[in-house]
Write a protein that binds this ligand. Sequence first.
Ligand SMILES: CC(C)(COP(=O)(O)OP(=O)(O)OC[C@H]1O[C@@H](n2cnc3c(N)ncnc32)[C@H](O)[C@@H]1OP(=O)(O)O)[C@@H](O)C(=O)NCCC(=O)NCCS
Length: 164
Amino acid sequence: MLGAVGNGWCILGLVPQSISILPATPADIPDLAALRGGGTQLEQTMLGYLQGSYSPRFAEKDRAVFVARLDDDFAGYAAGHRTTRFGCDGELQWLNVAEKHRGIGVSDALIQRMLEWFRALKINRVCVSVDPENQIARRVYKRHGAAEMDPYWLVWSDLCLTGL
Ligand SMILES: CC(C)(COP(=O)(O)OP(=O)(O)OC[C@H]1O[C@@H](n2cnc3c(N)ncnc32)[C@H](O)[C@@H]1OP(=O)(O)O)[C@@H](O)C(=O)NCCC(=O)NCCS
């Protein structure tokens, strides 16, 4: 169960820590890339995504990257952008939670923040690519209102109809 605590979030009854969700800065890039294997090339790609000089296929200019911190510890991140892919107007590009912080709902706080960002830009149809074998991620996204589009993609068909 999640409850608001100041600017952050607390998993009530599970951990006495607050989860803060903040916009990513270039200084966060090594932490972000490390969760995906790291390396200079990946760091450059992720920095380019953050700063707008690299765009995935079909991506448009608007994008956001949010970082989760548990107390002061880097816990994960989510990223998304405006797109024209599949008739969607948004795509959730990345969601990663550090292994030691999994299973306590960090992804809930990150997804909620991303969905808020999409809604604020009137982006209502949002797709996300998920490996068919990745049952954990599929359950997480479905819990937040996404549905199967095909074996590799889930979609929020209308964020206006998906509760906050
Ligand atoms: C998918 C992911 C973002 C979920 O993050 P999370 O913050 O752990 O999400 P939750 O706390 O809701 O936990 C989700 C599930 O993971 C399970 N889990 C996985 N590893 C765990 C661990 N080390 N400790 C505790 N629980 C774990 C939980 O039990 C929970 O199971 P449930 O679906 O039956 O409730 C995270 O597992 C991750 O970063 N995976 C690798 C990257 C990835 O797959 N990203 C999505 C790509 S589309």
